[in-house]
Design a protein around this ligand. Structure first.
Ligand code: ZN
Length: 283
């Protein structure tokens, strides 16, 4: 059992004994892992501040092939989520992001690209208030910081769906494969994960109506080449993050926000716990 050294995001920390914690991490090389951190609750802990939620750290652990917990032997803080202390909205956004990673990925199922996307989104949320002159309002975030956080969240959600194989089908009917023709409202089937044409609509449940502006925005965010396998080789991730300008100002944002939330809820089987705290990012 050789020690594995990798970077990781702290998803969950639960007290286990007087001195130990069980720490769930999303690691770059092995995906989600559950570890026991012995001595983590001691005053002079070998892990120091590395095991705070949303922290990014460099870890060393012993991977058990059986059902038992991995053993965390080292954790060095790379980046603390500093917004935890000063902006509740962005703290919730960070917590939501790690909740999604925890709920939607399987143990020891590596997704290096998803790890990199998550780190980028965490950094973006955490620094959303930098070079921002406007004053924050009562809720903590300034307008720009909030817009930037909305952008980071929806972008991350779409990348997560894409990398885990759940990207919605938006250009063709998900049932019969006919290309979308109408330019008016479309129907989106949560069960099937895509738009449904008039012919296939009857009898379907869990269907949401989406305006043409909403669909247009969703197509922009998802860079819908991925649906048609055109340019599959080009760097979609780069295109998405570079081409996108403040999505929260675009027509149809509120609708798209709702649709993504409902779709993720459907995939998980229940609403993420943090959904109820994201009100300031919902429209
Ligand atoms: Zn159809």
């Amino acid at each position: 059992m050789d020690p594995i050294k990798t970077d990781a995001i702290v998803l969950r920390v639960v007290e286990f004994s007087e001195t130990s914690c069980i720490v769930t991490l999303f690691s770059r090389t092995l995906g989600k892992i559950s570890t026991i951190a012995k001595g983590a609750r001691r005053k002079k802990s070998p892990f120091e501040a590395a095991l705070d939620l949303i922290a990014i750290c460099r870890i060393v652990f012993l991977h058990k092939s059986s059902q038992s917990l991995d053993i965390l032997t080292e954790a060095k803080l790379q980046r603390r989520f500093r917004s935890s202390a000063k902006d509740l909205d962005r703290f919730y956004a960070g917590l939501y992001l790690i909740e999604l990673l925890n709920l939607m990925t399987d143990d020891a199922d590596p997704h290096e690209e998803l790890f990199d996307e998550a780190v980028a989104a965490i950094e973006r949320i955490d620094t959303a208030d930098l070079d921002d002159d406007s004053e924050g309002d009562d809720s903590g975030s300034s307008g720009n910081a909030r817009a930037s956080t909305k952008h980071a969240l929806i972008n991350f959600e779409i990348r997560l769906l894409d990398l885990l194989g759940h990207l919605p089908m938006l250009t063709h009917c998900v049932d019969c494969g006919r290309p979308k023709t109408t330019i008016s409202r479309v129907q989106f089937g949560l069960n099937r994960g895509g738009i449904i044409c008039q012919n296939c609509r009857p009898g379907k449940t869990n269907v949401i109506s989406l305006s043409s502006e909403g669909l247009e925005l969703l197509l922009t965010i998802t860079k819908n080449e991925t649906n048609q396998n055109i340019n599959r080789d080009c760097d979609i991730r780069e295109k998405v993050s570079e081409n996108l300008i403040d999505v929260s100002n675009q027509p149809g944002y509120g609708e798209v926000r709702q649709l993504i939330s409902k779709y993720i809820t459907h995939l998980i089987g229940h609403p993420p716990r943090l959904h109820q705290y994201l009100g300031n990012f919902s429209n």
